[in-house]
Write a protein that binds this ligand. Structure first.
Ligand SMILES: [Zn+2]
Length: 316
């Protein structure tokens, strides 16, 4: 290689000499491509010759019920790795309604074969319908056992989260009956089917309305100056809906609630929201102590191979 870092001029390269062998190289490449095409034609013809034998047997009445036919076809599908199972299935008439060779249907008719490697867990023979050998290193029973264990572990990992969520939702928020009534009255002022607000975009639903009505009924027997405990899963959605209603018509919000309180509905909602937020934090902290996460079971996770679908059609 010419050293240009030393300040010398690079020696002149004779490119005509450099490429003097190019024509021979290109010619060799051309011949090799022709040879490959010829080899591919020969492979196709050889494949066709084998398939023609199968086809001939089928034409004279050979079926998979015949033991010799069955043996031959099992050998071709399961033991001759380089033989295209799709072409074999097609020759035997296993074609699905889209005109695609149905290798699985053929393999079911042929019956399973023993895979070369036994199950790595129990050592039993793995039966396979795949012409390319077992697609798994476990027998179906062991694979199911590992999968079941994985799903049990996944469920167990979710369990503390579910329990925490339940603990928070069941926890109660304490506030004045009068204040809860203000929130319910704001929601009940807008029945979804009777207002222009009844539109999917606003999220104003009958479920919210019915919840507010149930809450109002629940509070009916209590005195306004009493305190009432509402479960978090009632209080939080009620307040969210009440805030939406209050924001629609702030002026109307005051007239809706004036028979219940002298205070402004906005101030009451703000106070209730503060109570809900504070209570939620308390419940979250309690829930974390009561239902902590399990240690990360990273080392018990099954291998990726187990989650791969059990493909039985070999590539051809
Ligand atoms: Zn096994």
């Amino acid at each position: 290689m010419t050293d240009v870092t030393a300040g010398q001029q690079p020696a002149e390269i004779r490119f005509d000499e450099h490429f003097s062998g190019l024509d021979d190289g290109v010619e060799h490449l051309r011949q090799m491509i022709l040879a490959r095409q010829e080899a591919e034609r020969c492979v196709a013809a050889a494949e066709q010759a084998v398939l023609a034998m199968v086809d001939g047997a089928v034409r004279v009445g050979g079926t998979l019920e015949d033991p010799v036919m069955k043996n031959v076809l099992r050998r071709l599908h399961y033991r001759i790795r380089f033989f295209p199972s799709a072409a074999l299935a097609r020759t035997l008439g296993f074609i699905n309604k889209n005109g695609v060779a149905n290798v699985q249907a053929m393999a079911r008719q042929l019956g399973p074969a023993a895979a070369e490697e036994p199950c790595t867990a129990c050592g039993k023979t793995i039966l396979t319908y795949s012409g390319s050998g077992a697609t798994d290193d476990l027998c179906p029973k062991c694979r199911k056992a590992v999968k079941d264990e994985y799903f049990q572990q996944a469920a167990a990992r979710w369990e503390p989260r579910n329990s925490r969520h339940e603990h928070i939702q069941r926890g109660t928020v304490t506030a004045l009956v009068a204040d809860w009534r203000v929130a319910a009255a704001l929601v009940l002022a807008y029945p979804p089917a009777t207002t222009e607000r009844d539109h999917p975009d606003t999220g104003w639903t009958w479920a919210q309305y019915e919840h507010a009505r149930a809450t109002e009924r629940h509070l009916a027997t209590l005195l306004p100056e009493d305190c009432a405990d509402l479960p978090m899963d009632t209080a939080a959605p009620l307040l969210a809906a009440a805030q939406v209603a209050a924001d629609w018509h702030p002026g109307r919000a005051c007239s809706i609630t004036e028979h219940l309180t002298e205070r402004s509905p906005t101030a009451i909602l703000t106070q209730l929201k503060t109570a809900v937020t504070r209570r939620r934090r308390e419940l979250e902290a309690e829930a974390l102590v009561l239902h902590p996460d399990l240690p990360d079971p990273a080392d018990t996770r099954p291998t990726g191979a187990l989650l791969v679908a059990d493909g039985t059609e070999r590539q051809s």
